[in-house]
Ligand binder design. Structure first.
Ligand code: HSE
Length: 447
């Protein structure tokens, strides 16, 4: 019989769906923890079954060959298994398998942010109906226990904002580009070799993975259920080394930030509606900002709460053992019986969405970095400034470089706060001017 959530079972039996990088990390920690988990917790965690594509493949784990199977369906139905750990990733068959496990009263642990950010409501409801639980600490920021911290540690707060570096792969790529002048493709290849990237690394570089994680943090922080489709997402694919350099000259670092920020209605003169901004995009932040020095595969989450003020969580956001560490924490939480109690009291759906609509991207307020490439001739700067002025966009600072051999010159500008649709309109008009070459490079700025 499954004993999900029952108090202190001496033996707690784990079935694992998948045994890739994260699964192997979790298994190693369960098997080799020093001191052993049972000495620390009084619970003997046993890996009973592991479902993999190739059950005969040699693996660096001290598990008997009979533990491995290719039959995922049998694993989730197995009455001998107390908890199903899903580390196969993707939407299907993970979704169907977890729904089946939950229906059978088993606890579930998953690192699958894509699944929870798109089908979380269905899965959370299934877990509540079955009086079971879903642990998902490993789904956001690898080894950093940020889910538990926001859910429990900050419960007294009204969260005002979350700013996060939530993707290790892109942070690794940007760090290598900035610090070593590494080409984008080479840095991405290294991130893949180190086991940070998703099976499909497009999800990392185009911002999708960070957006999935932002949804999960926002569900907990703002007591609602958001969907990945509500997040405005831009990736780092078009970041050029030149822009990183110019940003540095202006005193800024470039990071892929995930941002969820409350805005009160009528809080500014532009009559922008209230609600929640949810966005992921390359962002300029001042070099002395707490997130500016988060390097390589590290992640960090900066939360602003009304009681606590600013609090920052920092650590390894990707990789075998950091993510395995979060999986094992969730397994122990379920084994102790606390996961079910916590989960059934989570008020995911408490906040009626009418109270916290997601603000459309074109109504978001931001400062901008923009680089135009223009002919080096008199009056150009004045005309660009005039178009910006006509759209109510005010310039905060400007850099103009010496012309290159082609006779063109980059103009780099930082604006004051403006509404996105206004800025977009001005940018379009400037790009159409005869002395402007090609498109512009644009990044938002957070101070
Ligand atoms: N691909 C993810 C990252 C792994 O790079 O952050 C952790 O979710």
């Amino acid at each position: 019989m499954a004993t999900n959530g029952s108090p202190s079972p001496r033996t707690f039996r784990v079935g694992m769906l998948g045994c890739g990088i994260v699964g192997t990390g979790a298994a190693k920690l369960i098997l080799n923890a020093q001191p052993p988990l049972r000495d620390k917790t009084g619970i003997d965690v046993q890996i009973t079954r592991v479902a993999v594509r190739d059950a005969r493949k040699a693996r660096d784990l001290p598990l008997k060959p009979a533990v491995f199977t290719t039959d995922c369906e049998a694993l989730v139905r197995d009455p001998e298994i107390d908890i199903v750990v899903e580390v196969i990733g993707g939407i299907e068959p993970a979704r169907t398998l977890l729904l089946e496990a939950l229906k059978r009263g088993k606890a579930v642990v998953t690192a699958n942010k894509a699944l929870l950010a798109t089908h979380g409501k269905e899965l959370f409801e299934a877990a509540l109906a079955a009086h079971s639980s879903i642990g998902f600490e490993a789904s956001v920021c690898g080894g950093i226990p940020v889910i538990g911290a926001i859910r429990d540690g900050l419960v007294a707060n009204r969260v005002e904002s979350i700013h996060g570096i939530l993707n290790g792969t892109t942070n690794y790529i940007l760090t290598r580009m900035v610090e070593n002048g590494a080409p984008y493709a080479e840095a991405l290849k290294e991130a893949q070799e180190k086991g940070f990237a998703e099976a499909d690394p497009t999800l990392d570089v185009n911002g999708t993975d960070a957006a999935h994680k932002l949804v999960l943090l926002s569900d907990l922080a703002f007591h609602s259920t958001f969907n990945f489709k509500e997040v405005h997402v831009e990736g780092i694919e078009n970041v050029q080394a030149d822009d990183v350099r110019y940003a540095a000259q202006l005193g800024y670092a470039l990071k892929l930030l995930a941002i969820a920020k409350r805005r009160n209605p009528g809080a500014d003169p532009d009559e922008v509606p209230g609600g929640l901004e949810m966005r992921v995009h390359p962002t300029l932040i001042p070099q002395n900002h707490p997130l500016a020095n988060v390097r390589a595969e590290n992640n960090a989450v900066l939360v602003q709460g009304d009681a606590v003020g600013e609090v920052m969580f920092y650590g390894r956001g990707a990789g075998m053992l950091p993510t395995g560490s979060a999986i094992v924490a969730d397994i122990m939480d379920a084994a102790r019986g606390s996961a079910r109690q916590t989960f059934t009291k989570l008020q995911f759906f408490q906040n009626p969405r009418a109270d916290l609509p997601v603000i459309p991207a074109d109504k978001v307020r931001s400062r901008y970095y923009v680089r135009f490439t223009v002919k080096d001739q008199p009056g150009v700067m004045g005309k660009v400034a005039t178009v910006l002025g006509e759209h109510g966009v005010s310039i905060a600072s400007v850099i103009q470089k010496e012309p290159d051999a082609s006779g063109t010159v980059p103009i780099v500008m930082l604006t004051h706060l403006t509404i996105e649709d206004r800025f977009r309109e001005a940018r379009k008009k400037i790009e159409a001017l005869s002395f402007v070459h090609g498109g512009s490079a644009v990044f938002r700025v957070e101070d």
